[in-house]
Design a protein around this ligand. Structure first.
Ligand SMILES: CC(C)(COP(=O)(O)OP(=O)(O)OC[C@H]1O[C@@H](n2cnc3c(N)ncnc32)[C@H](O)[C@@H]1OP(=O)(O)O)[C@@H](O)C(=O)NCCC(=O)NCCS
Length: 228
């Protein structure tokens, strides 16, 4: 589905008007804009300016989409991307998609021409962050990002995306996990209400695990009503 930039919705949209599916290439630009809007502090921390961040995250999201296509969930309203969730699944090759359609060459070109705007120090920091092992007691699928456009929040879209991720995991895995920034109280509260458990916390972030125990969920949240 072709995506346009997500714009605030003046009034709540009926749940049935939101279409859920998988992210497509055409969604990437809107997904990046929503990410930068949702996490401006990450842009400030890692990039000299927004243009560099846009280029970087467009490459990251495209790689994720090629690798984890069936678990990159998108919510559209009126043709616009209004929310998405990227779930990484263990034992999925991230290197194979690199060779698809000249993707690796494009990224190398972006690095060499300074399109990410990274200094060597930031590059080293980023590599260390990627290679850092997951915290103990955490394994299985990982929610890399979940975001809903500001005008569409508090309408159940984030919950619906999380339940889609959960449904995708259930046949093979007993849990999924994510990081939540310690000061993102709204997200932490939502996860706790759904039954996520904090297994590790430091001053900056919580590591939260969602174990799939069917008895936690009333039937309406298992696939009916506004959640699916
Ligand atoms: C965190 C985030 C993804 C939640 O998405 P969301 O769509 O607002 O989440 P939901 O609507 O499912 O649930 C949130 C709230 O809506 C309420 N809600 C759920 N379904 C609803 C419905 N059908 N109608 C009205 N309200 C509803 C929930 O009770 C909850 O209460 P709150 O407003 O007091 O928090 C969203 O706030 C966001 O994108 N934040 C910025 C990015 C971010 O922080 N991502 C998480 C990183 S860990």
């Amino acid at each position: 589905m072709q995506s346009e930039p997500s714009s605030p919705s003046a009034a709540p949209v009926p749940a049935a008007a939101v279409a859920y599916g998988c992210m497509e290439s055409a969604d990437i630009a809107a997904a990046v804009r929503l990410y930068l809007e949702s996490f401006p502090h990450r842009v400030r921390r890692w990039f000299r300016d927004r243009a560099h961040a846009e280029c970087f995250y467009a490459d990251v999201f495209e790689l994720m989409r090629m690798a984890y296509g069936p678990t990159c969930f998108a919510a559209h309203h009126g043709g616009r991307l209004v929310g998405y969730l990227i779930l990484t699944v263990p034992h999925t090759s991230l290197t194979r998609p690199l060779w698809r359609g000249g993707f690796l060459l494009r990224v190398v070109g972006h690095v060499l021409t300074g399109r990410f705007g990274w200094s060597l120090a930031i590059l080293a920091h980023a590599v260390a962050a990627v290679l850092r092992p997951a915290p103990p007691a955490v394994d299985g699928p990982h929610v890399y990002v979940v975001a809903v456009a500001p005008g569409y929040r508090s309408q159940g879209i984030g919950t619906a995306l999380l339940f889609r991720a959960r449904a995708a995991c259930v046949p093979r895995f007993g849990q999924l996990w994510l990081y939540a920034e310690a000061d993102n109280q709204r997200a932490v509260t939502l996860y706790e209400r759904l039954g996520f458990r904090t297994v590790h916390a430091d001053p900056t972030q919580h590591t939260m695990v969602w174990e799939f125990r069917e008895d936690r969920f009333p039937p309406t949240e298992r696939g009916q009503g506004g959640f699916e």
